[in-house]
Design a protein around this ligand. Sequence first.
Ligand code: MGD
Ligand code: MGD
Ligand code: SF4
Ligand code: MO
Length: 744
Amino acid sequence: MSTATDSQQPSQTHYRICPLCEACCGLEVQTRSGQVIAIRGAEQDVFSQGYLCPKGVSLKDLHEDPDRLRQPLIKRDGQFVEASWDEALAEVERRLLPIIQAQGGDAVAAVVGNPSAHKVSLLSYFPRVVKALGTRNVFSASTLDQMPKQLSSGLMYGHWLSIPVPDIERCDWLLMLGANPAVSNGSLWTVPDYRGKAKAMRARGGRIVVVDPRRSETAQAADEHLPIKPGGDVFLLLGLVHTLFDEALVKPGRLAEHLNGLEALREAVKPYAPERMAAGCGIGAETMRRLARELAAAEHAAVYGRIGTCTQRFGTLNSWLIDVLNILTGHMDAPGGMMFPKAAAFAANTLGKPGSGRGIVTGRRKSRVSGAPEVFGELPITLLAEEIETAGPGQVKALICLAANPVLSAPNGPRIARALDSLEFMLSMDIYLNETSRHADVILPGLSPLEDLHYDVAFPQLSFRNHARFSPPVFERAADQPEEWETLLRLAAMIEGRDWRGDMNVLDDAAIAVDVARLAGEHAAAVLQALKPLRGPERLVDLALRSGPYGDRFGLNPQGLTLAKVRAAPGGIDLGALQPRIPELLRTPSGRIELAPELLLADLAAVDGALQRPADELLVIGRRDVRSGNSWMHNLPILAKGPERCTLLLHPADAAARGLSDGAQASLRNSFGELTVSVRVSDEMMPGVVSLPHGWGHNLKGARLSLAAERPGANLNALLDDATRDPLSGNAVLSGVAVELCAI
Ligand SMILES: Nc1nc2c(c(=O)[nH]1)N[C@H]1C(S)=C(S)[C@@H](COP(=O)(O)OP(=O)(O)OC[C@H]3O[C@@H](n4cnc5c(=O)[nH]c(N)nc54)[C@H](O)[C@@H]3O)O[C@H]1N2
Ligand SMILES: Nc1nc2c(c(=O)[nH]1)N[C@H]1C(S)=C(S)[C@@H](COP(=O)(O)OP(=O)(O)OC[C@H]3O[C@@H](n4cnc5c(=O)[nH]c(N)nc54)[C@H](O)[C@@H]3O)O[C@H]1N2
Ligand code: SF4
Ligand SMILES: [Mo]
């Protein structure tokens, strides 16, 4: 509450990059007397130019949420009690170290969740804990999300994060599959204000086609919507690639001399004529052939696919075929097509020798129980429960969970919950006592985003335009509250048997010295000197910026970037429109784009077997809402208000067949479980497909989310099978799962 004296105090305006989704908007946070009084989009932000969504505004509610943890918790006799940081870390040492000593690092699993991708403090420091453990049992949200795209990119271009994005400001024909950026604000494509950019594209005569089982918000604002059978994208994409060869539309242009495997690809797609593929996707052969011709004829065109195309049995094939379409039609690495960003810092595809490299491999390790291959250092998160449950050497006995809520976010969440209860020890680093952290023995809380500095490590590698931006904390944190990178460095030291209680600066200096030695070799001492007096993530960012592609190279390029320059620029520094990067970007051993990797061609053998599905199946897909952020933002008043959002959408014909009307309660079930859901009838849905958002089900005992518990919703993931995966990437299947629905 503001008092008369408060309102006479001057207000301050702070620049802050939003950490809540991939759009990375610059915000203006206005404060007075330590309180947030307003949050707006920062007009001067060179990248987001004033855009924001309701979640950006919710940073105030998040900062003030009484349920947000500010003190460590230790579970004693089944009850959480507040503890000091020293006590909590001592408890971790007492409980965790004996497990490692007796059973080795593999006995400890690490689970990393989505918010880690948005925080330099987590993304750049958690790997040090994983390395200290030396565990193969690393799981993350990546295998619920984008691992297929990372794998196809790695195989084709030589690095997991060389992922192209639509150059939307110069594009005039865009085909989008399984993405709803009008609501999600973009993914593997950092594009604040997608709606505005799509509108501008259409105003200049451009055309947008959306492939989605639901007439999504993005489809509603497009020129054409093509409903597709869930899981059917591989048939559509194969039909399109086939047509390009069949109708002599293959014209890779400038990239022709940088391709390997064109003939192998031509042979491989011969069996997949659109006329045969139509049954698998529900899109007619004539439509497929027309799309292929439009794509080939457009001067500036792009094909973009996102989570709907990844969370399927053929996620990796889909991700590959999408890039193949762009390459074959001359739209890859071309202005107005799909292009590769060049990030100012942290991008592996800007390091080392340009043009070729070691490429990627998978399966260097296998999961103990199912033998699933490691991909990008991780195992499929759908295998977490079995690794905990199955006795034998290497069994997971302890878990470190960082910013993840797998009980709600991963398939068969109830099984994961039971497995977590059987652990000998669990540490959660989280800002809430929620559905997953309630299982922990110790919870160490992170900061409010307004107390944290921000530099995006991952998203400039996926941005529609190149940029470098930094924001300092808005508020000071409490004196005894460490930043999360500090906690992670202490944990790593603890596990390695080093002095973890001592001076933070000693641990920090030791950590950066390793990075500097790797980057600067014989110049390491001089570089360390130049980075003074920065510490922690700021020193890491300065190092990455200065040694990056636009950097000052510690004096060799005096005009170049430093953290000080980026920090001093209001709204960040614009580094221009995307530029062609092939062949410089490539890190494949051949120095070419691999169009027909063996691993992918081999998986084609399974496609025919999936072509026919029972005609009368009812399939469930997911949905995102503007006022949600996966599983953890339902406790914030500004997002929780308004109509109920965890509703089951279904087509009028499917509703009528079951005697269901708008607002009715219904039972949604399969062999995994049963949910009670509220029904919303809408012809947005294609017949035979229903949609329920994920991240709900806040009625589990022991969580402390008072507002979310008032309207808990139902956990979609309680019905999803943890045994179905894309075997190549290990990604979970989250879309197109068979269910039954009836009135109750
Ligand atoms: N059925 C279905 N399931 C899905 C999806 C789907 O489309 N359908 N989508 C999947 C996708 S794409 C993703 S990315 C995953 C996400 O799933 P998770 O990776 O589990 O992430 P969230 O559900 O967002 O939960 C994030 C956790 O981090 C905590 N947290 C938030 N901020 C911080 C912080 O600053 N520090 C710390 N230490 N903790 C913090 C929150 O309290 C919460 O516990 O869900 C997946 N699950
Ligand atoms: N407001 C909000 N924004 C978010 C999030 C959130 O929870 N809420 N989560 C963030 C995260 S972690 C991510 S990864 C991104 C994801 O960002 P997007 O990839 O844009 O994800 P969605 O909005 O789920 O859109 C996926 C679309 O795929 C469709 N779909 C489902 N199955 C299929 C299929 O088999 N084939 C095809 N072609 N389409 C299908 C769905 O109907 C949906 O419209 O969003 C991020 N942004
Ligand atoms: S679009 Fe994403 S980054 Fe922008 S304000 Fe909303 S949540 Fe934050
Ligand atoms: Mo995600």
